[in-house]
Design a protein around this ligand. Structure first.
Ligand SMILES: [Ca+2]
Ligand SMILES: [Ca+2]
Length: 485
């Protein structure tokens, strides 16, 4: 294992999210300065980024366990003492010795799985069966990956069996799910109730390159569609699935039909995990309002009509697919608050359906009138999104009372209380943090980083950069896990 003298600068959340132009004091990779984690208290309906204080703390070190991975996506510390990691663009599942960093391939899906350059598709989330490695004949790994279905992309959930560090015997669980290079989400968990849970994003519809496609996060399938295995409206949902792929009898009946859908109205829930029986998600907001949610049976989480709380702050739903005279001739504007006149808009308070509000938006809710354009720190259109007040959650893991959410934009881990009222930022480096895994003794946190460099991260002084300090790596940092698991 190599050691890098990288300081862990612990940046107060407010410094990075209120304005990208005022965090010049933020230390990052290569600096010898380090700051104490700032505990931030945020009220559930708070819209201003909370204030915090920073103080000096002892310097510590980031260790690079291994690198050369192809966009590590899911990271798990398995009962065999190895870190198992899926590689989104590497199209593999790799086992890593956390001490030596030695790698071995457990599964190679080259030729079966599909990844678009810089896309959010590929070999994605996985979950180990609760009896994995216990000699009970249940050494199963449930995996989601994207594949080519004719000319289209699709996603499948499959089950593999582990033996001697290898995965084999692929069995389909659910195939023909929506698949795309945007907003896949694709986290899998195995619940205490023996069901599989799967987060599936809205596929980026009504956004960027796909701005003319209707967003289906609020749409629910009919009984006939379910009977025909038509999963096209599963975009923007949390699914609950029997391990054989069938629909659980006790799933909610929504709009007159029972399907795999457990909850809906999601944008891009890139993080999902259980804390006991409670299911949490971390969801990427549009230009504001990254969400921390507690998922309830049949719950509607508001997207795309509502971002964060239903407060009419800095967000209206601009529905490009319904533009007068057609969408294709219009030039896309990423700010939903200022669309062309032909695009119909609705206020959040126009949405009258029951919905579940987030537990927290990590301070990423701002007032209407916020400047989402260029700034001195983000001077051009290509970098402007890095100054939007989002932190871009990449994953969520629950360890005891700690909820850990990685940030793709800030290169930090947010540690939240389960009620979302407190959070702090830990372990800042100039990397895109995709996932974490805690060692069994609770003393080392492993962090997986993205490798493709087309996406930006906030570097020194908050300045956007594509120069990642440790691309495609697993980092190890000391962790103080002071609660019982
Ligand atoms: Ca929501
Ligand atoms: Ca809102």
């Amino acid at each position: 294992m190599r050691k890098l003298p990288v300081a862990l600068a612990l940046i107060p959340a407010a410094a990075l999210i209120t304005s990208c132009s005022d965090n010049g004091g933020a230390a990052s990779g290569g600096s010898t300065a380090a700051q104490k984690p700032a505990v931030v208290t945020a009220e559930p309906v708070q819209s201003q980024a909370p204030q915090s204080q920073a103080a000096q703390a002892p310097q510590t070190q980031v260790k690079v366990v291994t690198d050369g991975l192809g966009d590590p996506f899911e990271l798990a510390y398995a009962p065999d003492g190895r870190l198992w990691v899926s590689e989104k663009s590497g199209l593999k599942i790799t086992r890593v010795d956390p001490q030596s960093g030695a790698k071995s391939t457990a599964l190679d899906l080259t030729g079966k799985a599909f990844h678009s350059q810089d896309g959010q598709d590929g070999v994605l989330g996985f979950a180990l069966h609760p009896d994995f490695g216990k000699g009970k004949g249940s050494d199963y790994l449930y995996l989601a990956y994207t594949y080519k279905n004719g000319n289209d992309s699709a996603t499948k959930i499959v089950r593999y069996t582990a033996k001697d560090g290898q995965l084999s015997d692929e069995q389909p669980v659910l195939t023909g799910l929506p698949g795309h290079n945007q907003h896949q989400s694709a986290r899998i968990r195995y619940g205490q109730d023996g069901k599989l849970y799967y987060s599936i994003g809205d596929q980026g519809h009504n956004y960027m390159a796909d701005y003319c496609l209707p967003n289906h996060a609020q749409d629910l399938p009919t009984a006939a569609q379910v009977a025909a295995s038509d999963w096209s409206l599963y975009q923007g949902k949390v699914l609950r699935i029997n391990p054989d792929g069938s629909v659980p009898d006790d799933n909610p009946e929504l709009n007159g039909a029972r399907s795999h859908i457990y909850a809906y109205g999601m944008r891009n829930p890139d993080g999902m995990d259980f804390g006991g029986k409670d299911l949490y998600t971390a969801e990427n907001g549009p230009l504001t309002d990254d969400e921390f949610n507690l998922i309830t049976k049949g719950g509607n989480y508001g997207w795309p009509n509502v971002a964060g709380w239903k407060d009419d702050k800095a967000y209206v739903y601009s529905n490009w697919s319904q533009a007068k005279g057609g969408c294709e001739k219009l030039t896309y504007n990423p700010d939903p608050n200022t669309p062309p006149a032909e695009v119909p808009t609705t206020k959040e308070t126009d949405f009258t359906k029951d919905m579940v509000s987030p537990l927290s938006t990590y301070g990423t809710t701002v007032e209407s009138g916020h400047n989402f354009g260029t700034t001195p720190v983000c001077p051009d259109a290509a970098s402007a999104y890095m100054c939007w007040p989002t932190m871009a959650p990449g994953s969520l893991k629950v360890y005891g009372d700690d909820v850990l959410v990685t940030s793709l934009k800030n290169g930090t881990v947010f540690r939240l209380s389960k009620d979302g009222k407190k959070y702090e930022e830990l372990f800042r480096t100039v990397n895109r943090y995709r996932d974490v895994a805690l060692s069994p003794d609770g003393k080392t946190l492993y962090i997986a980083t993205d490798s493709e460099g087309q996406h930006m991260v906030r570097g020194d002084g908050g300045t956007p950069t594509t120069h990642l300090a440790n691309p495609g790596a697993i980092l190890a940092v000391p962790y103080d896990h002071n609660t019982t698991q």
